[in-house]
Design a protein around this ligand. Structure first.
Ligand SMILES: Cc1cc2nc3c(=O)[nH]c(=O)nc-3n(C[C@H](O)[C@H](O)[C@H](O)COP(=O)(O)O)c2cc1C
Length: 351
């Protein structure tokens, strides 16, 4: 019998794939949020003791909005809300990593349970509600990271901040993260903070984004560094609203779009256990709508405007559909839960 971990490089790689599949199957037996917390702890532990759980990062350098992605597969926001696991997650082979959503002040999020698996559809429903330790904690956590790819920091507003003061929260987060981020994402699309998605209406969006663009000009002047800003949009707007949104985003000095966040629609999961839970649906049932939204945005945005797709990337095929629809890169979240970290390299190799 061959002893594990003592063989050739390929044997070690295979052993690690088997080990991470065993761990994934064990984790999926736990309640979803606990499994998520354990998964983060395990990647952190593996990194600190030098267990190579991921393969080598697939090298497919790609430039978008001035960012040099190591490859076009990123980690979507919400997986590492406090930015405490960047170097550990980097081992899984991401070409770029987005942390957050972070808010100015720490907040507990919604009561548990607030994350639900719909296994038969490779889907999740979550209503986490931006549980996070606050922006100062995140900035401290990501400082000194070794990850060489771009780090995005996704920012939002506290639940207790009134909608007409939302801009203050985004501005204070922008200032706090500016020196630590390679790019910044404005999250106006989570369904789990009351009223947040109202900010997508042109009457709110245009003044919000122009305040952020003005503040960025000042921060750039002070630091001598230009940090691109992306706007993350929801899939639940009417088709004709995406044209207006694309116009506002591209004309207000923003540098890119991330489409999409989770959906409040329940197509594909009706009648299933947890299918009617309140919150945002992600994973395979979101795939079709994500392709539609990316197609719509690509046709409405100026040529070459940076567009990152997120939504239902639980297979190489879905990633390639999003690329065909006009995405420059993709992010994954739910796919990691159901397919494991091997999905990252598989997509990067196929891209
Ligand atoms: C449990 C969970 C938490 C999330 N938290 C955030 C978040 O804090 N900010 C954000 O912009 N998106 C968040 N998302 C959305 C993901 O970043 C992603 O856009 C969405 O899940 C669609 O991609 P997927 O189908 O690959 O999961 C979250 C998703 C899940 C499943």
């Amino acid at each position: 019998m061959r002893l594990p971990f003592l063989g050739c490089r390929d044997c070690i790689k295979r052993d690690m794939e088997i080990l991470s599949e065993i761990v994934r199957r064990l984790l999926i037996q736990l309640p979803p949020e606990m499994a998520h917390e354990q998964a983060l702890r395990l990647v952190g532990l593996a990194k600190s003791v030098g267990i190579p759980i991921g393969g080598k990062t697939v090298e497919k350098p790609f430039e978008i909005a001035g960012l040099k992605l190591l490859n076009p597969v990123g980690l979507a926001a919400g997986y590492d809300k406090n930015g405490e696991y960047v170097d550990a997650l980097a081992v899984l082979g991401f070409g770029f990593i987005e942390v957050g959503t972070v808010t100015p002040r720490s907040q507990p999020g919604n009561p548990r349970p607030r994350m639900f698996r719909i296994k038969e559809k490779s889907a999740l429903i979550n209503r986490m509600g931006f549980n996070n330790k606050g922006v100062e904690n995140l900035v401290h956590a990501v400082r000194g990271r070794k990850f060489t790819g771009p780090l995005g920091i996704n920012i939002g507003k506290n639940a207790t901040t009134a909608q007409d003061r939302a801009v203050d929260d985004y501005l204070s987060c922008l200032r706090a993260v500016y020196d630590s981020a390679d790019y910044i994402t404005i999250n106006i699309s989570s369904p789990n903070t009351v009223g947040l998605r109202n900010l997508q209406a042109a009457s709110y969006l245009a003044p919000l984004l122009s305040s952020l663009a003005n503040e960025r000009t000042m921060l750039q002047g002070d630091s001598g560094r230009f940090v691109p800003i992306f706007v993350k949009v929801a899939p639940d707007c009417q088709d004709d609203e995406f044209g207006e949104m694309a116009k506002v985003i591209s004309e207000s000095g923003m540098d890119g779009v991330i489409a999409t966040n989770t959906t409040v629609a329940r197509a594909g999961v009706e009648g299933l256990l947890h299918g009617e839970e309140k919150g945002g649906l992600s994973g395979a049932p979101l795939a079709e709508r994500a392709v539609e939204v990316v197609t719509l945005l690509r046709s409405q945005l100026p040529p070459g405007f940076p567009l990152i797709a997120s939504g239902g990337v639980v297979s190489v095929e879905q990633a390639l559909r999003l690329r065909a629809a006009g995405a420059d890169a993709v992010q994954v979240y739910t796919g990691l839960v159901y397919k494991g970290p091997g999905l990252v390299a598989d997509i990067a190799n196929a891209w």
